[in-house]
Design a protein around this ligand. Sequence first.
Ligand SMILES: *[C@@H]1O[C@H](CO)[C@@H](O)[C@H](O)[C@H]1NC(C)=O
Ligand SMILES: *[C@@H]1O[C@H](CO)[C@@H](O)[C@H](O)[C@H]1NC(C)=O
Ligand SMILES: *[C@@H]1O[C@H](CO)[C@@H](O)[C@H](O)[C@H]1NC(C)=O
Ligand SMILES: *[C@@H]1O[C@H](CO)[C@@H](O)[C@H](O)[C@H]1NC(C)=O
Length: 384
Amino acid sequence: MRMKPSRNFLLGLCSMLALGFLYYSSGRISLRGWSNISLYDSQGFLVKLDRSLPLELLYKYGNLSEGACKPGYAAAKMSAIYPKFAKLEPMFLDPNYKRYAKIVDYSPPFGVKSQEKIIDILLSATKNYGLGEELDSMSCKTCIIIGNGGILANKSLGPRIDEIDVVVRLNEAPVKGFEKDVGSKTTMRITYPEGAIQKTERYESQSLFVLSAFKALDLRWLRYMVFNQRLEQLHSTIHLADAFIQSDVHQRRSTDGFWKSVAKHVPREPSDMRILNPYFIQEASFKLIGLPHNNGQMGKGNIPTLGAVAITMALHTCDEVAVAGFGYNMSTPHAPLHYYEKIRMSAIKESWTHNISKEKEFLMKLVKAGVIQDWTNGVCGAGC
Ligand SMILES: *[C@@H]1O[C@H](CO)[C@@H](O)[C@H](O)[C@H]1NC(C)=O
Ligand SMILES: *[C@@H]1O[C@H](CO)[C@@H](O)[C@H](O)[C@H]1NC(C)=O
Ligand SMILES: *[C@@H]1O[C@H](CO)[C@@H](O)[C@H](O)[C@H]1NC(C)=O
Ligand SMILES: *[C@@H]1O[C@H](CO)[C@@H](O)[C@H](O)[C@H]1NC(C)=O
């Protein structure tokens, strides 16, 4: 029976190591009594974040040449800091969307509830639900989300951006005239009606037009765009300071409205139009950022910005994710807010719909852990 003492010794050693670890880490992690040690924050992210790679990833990517696309990198790194992450979510709605348990019980913007009829009509007209044959068949895809921040100006990132497989732009962010800084390639443009480019000549000649529907009316608007109908019948532009105060008022009156004027024509074939999977809005809001659930309804401060929604989408569907043009530095009130216009930072107003500071905490976690690469260092600034 020579094994027994050594086994006991090993057991003893193990518990000493465990105690030692607890002692060591108690200074770094929140320790609420011995029975409730929290390595994770209230959203479920690891508290102690760094850019090191888990061993299995070091091995997996060890042989790749410098700069080569790393298959599964963003999702693997995300799962390492946020174990609840489940990778597979389709980018766009497709004819199977009613089987996606996560979205059928929520109304827009968090799901598809009671919009099935119009979504079916839209999907049967667009007939395409992916990125296109070439991109869909790639075994490793890099993606970049281009934010609209003034921080993009004069950094000459254009050529680097154009080397990325999937370039995502938001709302009306222009390309023409800004190629040196923002690149010339656009794989998709994600917008809501009030943010869509209004001058048809400003649309790039090729790119997917992707609707992120924040309210039921947005899907109705897309139907007009897809079938190229005149908008006047639908259009009841009402200028109010805030979209969702307004739609709230209108829900009670059971009519709807936009919060600023919207595009009347989108120069795209139906086959180039998509509906973003609303799961990304739901996950960004309730899970990743931790905004108020409000019974699954749109409410004060629980709508993520389009940028955060696009990043969430990319984490699920891209192998590597970069961002540029994200983050505002409020200590420079005279710096430009957007790269393409002269409005200053100081024009930013308190938002009723978004919670910019909570959202920033989320983005900082991603950058700090190296899940996403921030090419303009605006997310962390000096703070990571
Ligand atoms: C890396 O390369 C070595 C030598 O070519 C090979 O034996 C090993 O299996 C490779 N590892 C991976 C993860 O591909
Ligand atoms: C970028 O450079 C141009 C020309 O040098 C200058 O006029 C402009 O103010 C710069 N923009 C920013 C945001 O620094
Ligand atoms: C943002 O979240 C913080 C923390 O939950 C909260 O105190 C603040 O009121 C929220 N802001 C908005 C605009 O909802
Ligand atoms: C904001 O800008 C100021 C002035 O340029 C700079 O000193 C500071 O480090 C910036 N802050 C962040 C978070 O980048």
